[in-house]
Design a protein. Sequence first.
Length: 183
Amino acid sequence: MMGGTEPGIPGGNDRYFAALYDELRQLAERQLRRNSGLPITPTTLLHETYLGMAGGSAQFPDRNRFMNYAARAMRNLIIDFARERRARKRGSGFQLTQLDTSVSERVPEGELDVPQLIQLSEALEELSTHDARLAEVVDLKYFCGFSMTEIAALQGVSERTVQRDWEKARILLFGALQAPTDT
């Protein structure tokens, strides 16, 4: 297991990516399985996440914060891919060719409810402004597929605390998703 790095140490994020590559790839697989219907591979999602994080200046003091940030970055990328796919279906972004180098890893096509996914993401972002820990539990449970035990270990709290946070977050998100929108 990798120890924490001091903020500001060059290459700290690269070292986390290298040390946690297999775990991050499993995280990408779970996220894509949960949001099937996107024609991207777990490897593509992981590498896009790496590119997005490598350009940033954020440094993570420990593995848990790094994993939480990576999970959130993957969720945001999935939503971006879903939006792009939806726009393409409506005729924008016409492409003549598309390079698919890893057909064996391809996630099967399925129906993806993009508006619902976007609405959930927006509600989750709103929740994170009020209670970041609740939003993190939803990210890790719903989008990443972690168990309550795994989430408790990542957050350094009891499994019962995670269960209470999960229930509270579900109630708050349900209320937010049921509220009428101004569109």
